[in-house]
Design a binder for this molecule. Structure first.
Ligand code: PLP
Length: 383
């Protein structure tokens, strides 16, 4: 990324590393040829490691929402009783998808900014006699990471199938699909995986396929049984986005070269830096302590400041893109994505740009102080 490129600090799409850009610009190739077979093998192995599963990692040409739909329709049937954890926009979306396809959805609602409580979920699963649990691991709209391991344990004890939306955290935080018993793990290309939008992934535990044999929701393009069958032959059922698959291999190589532990530690350090920088400016973090996401931070606006304006001013004056709030939170919070290719120099540029934007809208704060606090939190030196 050059210093003159716009800096994407939104919670996806994210900045593209040079290696990914190069792969995207490579020659065209046959989607049923040997090269595709080799790429799919490499990519699915890398995705399985990120998901912590020994089962299948399926690659779809769609955005993340398509893969959520695929997981719902492949594993559930109309009339299934489903508990949908909702504490923000993306938990709600997952429930909506299941409802559209005829599931009997019971929402399990938590206050935005708070983590979902596994004990409450355990009780609700029993009370609603649920067959499946739907949950966003990382709720991008509020900057909360839910305790998905404990939540999945409650689902397992209740015999409920788990579909987990890891769209905004896979590749940024540990996901241990097999150990935690996540049946279907959904992710997308344009977040921690440092790719443009257009690919989505579903990881399926080996044990989870039995549910697909019974499931009767309709589906064709998004039928994961077809994707699984094709993958056995080193293919996808329909023409995939070949350039993105080549770039996915490059991105997974980068992650592998850095090492998963280092990638997660870097995400954590950059998240700590953003949080400390915002707090040094006297701003309040939206998510409660203990559940704050390592890939996206939501910040409450100072009294009387409209974050739609802030987002606009920060982009206009400094070419740094951040996000506002969604739905009910529009205007009152802003969000900074720190996923994928994010190093301290990007955090520094972002904090200075936000300080400048805030000052421009009448809220005085000191960008240098924000950067110092951030550097201390991340354990890096600044000049
Ligand atoms: N789930 C989560 C947690 C997300 O953050 C997003 C997008 O931001 C989605 C689902 C939807 O993904 P897409 O926009 O790729 O369809």
């Amino acid at each position: 990324m050059s210093e003159t490129d716009p800096l994407l600090m939104i919670p996806g799409p994210t900045n593209l590393p040079p290696e990914v850009r190069e792969a995207l610009g490579g020659p065209g190739f046959y989607h049923r040829g040997e090269l595709m077979g080799r790429l799919l093998e490499r990519c699915t192995a890398g995705l399985r490691r990120l998901m912590g599963i020994g089962g299948d990692a399926l690659i779809l040409t769609s955005s993340g929402t398509g893969a959520l739909e695929a997981a719902v329709t492949t594993f559930l049937s109309p009339g299934d009783r489903v508990l949908a954890v909702q504490a923000g926009k993306f938990g709600e979306r997952l429930g909506e998808i299941a409802e559209v396809f005829g599931a009997a959805v019971t929402p399990c609602v938590f206050e935005p900014g708070w983590p979902a409580d596994p004990d409450v979920i355990r009780r609700e699963l029993a009370a609603a006699d649920s067959r499946a649990l739907l949950c966003a691991h990382n709720e991008t709209s509020t900057g909360v990471t839910h305790p998905i391991g404990e939540i999945a344990a409650a689902a397992r004890d209740a015999g409920a199938f788990t579909i987990v939306d890891c769209v905004s955290c896979l590749g940024g935080v540990p996901v241990q699909g097999d150990d935690w018993g996540l049946d279907a793990i959904v992710a997308g290309s344009q977040k921690c995986l440092m790719l443009p939008p257009g690919l989505a992934f579903v990881g399926v535990r080996d044990e989870a396929w039995a549910a697909a044999e019974r499931a009767t929701m309709p589906g064709y393009y998004f039928d994961l049984r077809r994707a699984r069958e094709s993958l056995r032959r080193g293919q996808t059922p329909y023409t995939p986005n070949t350039s993105l698959i080549a770039a996915l291999a490059a991105s997974l190589d980068l992650i592998e070269a850095e090492g998963l532990k280092s990638v997660f530690a870097r995400h954590h350090a950059m998240a700590e830096a953003v949080r400390a920088g915002m707090q040094a400016a006297g701003l309040e973090l939206f998510a409660r302590e203990g559940c704050r996401s390592d890939t996206v931070t939501a910040v409450r606006a100072p009294e009387g400041l409209d974050t739609v304006e802030l987002v606009r001013v920060v982009a206009e004056r400094n070419d740094v893109l951040i996000s506002g709030g969604q739905g009910e939170l529009k205007g009152t919070i802003f969000r900074i994505g720190h996923m994928g290719l994010v190093r301290f120099e990007h955090i520094e540029r972002t904090l200075q740009a936000v300080a400048d934007g805030l000052a421009n809208l009448g809220y005085e704060c000191n960008g240098d102080e924000m950067v110092w606090a951030a550097a201390e939190a991340a354990g890096v030196g600044v000049s």
